[in-house]
Design a protein around this ligand. Sequence first.
Ligand code: ZN
Ligand code: ZN
Ligand code: ZN
Length: 394
Amino acid sequence: MTSEAAPVAGIPATRYAERLAGARREAARAGLDALLVGVGADLRYLTGYEAMPLERLTMLVLPSMDGAAATLIAPRLEVTPARGSAAARTGAIEIATWEETEDPMALVASRLATATRGRADEVATVAVSDGLRAAFVLGLQRVLPGARFSLTSSVLRALRMRKDADEVALLRAAAAAADRVVLTIANGRLVGRTEADVAREVRERLVAEGHDRAEFSIVASGPNSASPHHDASDRVIAGGEPIVLDIGGTVHGYASDTTRTLWVTGPEDAAPAPEFLRLYGVLQAAQQAATAAVRPGVACDAIDAAARDVITDAGYGPWFFHRTGHGIGLEGHEDPYIVAGNGEPLGAGMAFSVEPGIYLEGRYGARIEDIVVCGETGPDVLNLTTRDLLVVRG
Ligand code: ZN
Ligand code: ZN
Ligand code: ZN
């Protein structure tokens, strides 16, 4: 499988010290003694460490107090990759390991007590990462009996939402790679193949085009296109029907996520049904309106409304039943959410999807999805594939 993918550099190792300092500052401002960050996107954001999600505890203990050491607590058998993380290599964090017979929670408590120059039962307020296993949360509550618990998202979201130039470059590279896959699939053979077979090809091509891994591949043909999160099935693709292609993966941890809708004419040249063309035209206008509305200061729900109003005015309102978009970065779905009721204003550097869809159950549906970065003066659209209906012979 050939590729045009030029290798792209990851986040510079020195950036993690800055991110840790920013997180400390936000934690202090929120009145927290420490952030306790388990395996997941927050840990990767702060340290560059993509740890295995194990039943054994891996946890960054990040005291808010200036000068107190940040410690990554890791099982002894994970010490090599932990030491290899960018934050450890650059000296921004210390590593403390625990043996199989030790209680890692006690280690968290003692590190925290040392950092705050007190006793573990005097630790007043901590935030734990949102995805931390319940078993770990209860373990922490046992060793920190005096502490009030909250979530790290309340302090890290402000940092993670606004992407710096290096993060935008990675999102752009991921988007470009996904765009190439969409076009290759659209121009390849489709009729007579199963959705699952096409989905497999999408995953292979995402990796061949420079993704670390393929995360998902929705291939929804015919009536399946009316189900937004359809899982590629054994249905055989035929001429005279649409396909919704929604694909994504990660490049140095940063996600791609793009959707295009195809109409497959087949060898019998079955042109798109007039009502499908009408629906698609409305959808395209809605997607365009929402994208055009992006600029700093505009509320997330105003972007949602920009798309929804076009669709509602055309009479398809009830058939656009999901939010217009989601933030994207180290997680495929993260803040900010482009949804009614979210009055948070956009700020420069925020990255999110704009992906309205219209779904007529039992018949067909369509969706168009781009990743958009809020620029200083307007939208910076990362996906560049045409948003016109892709009419292909298949
Ligand atoms: Zn989705
Ligand atoms: Zn998507
Ligand atoms: Zn999406």
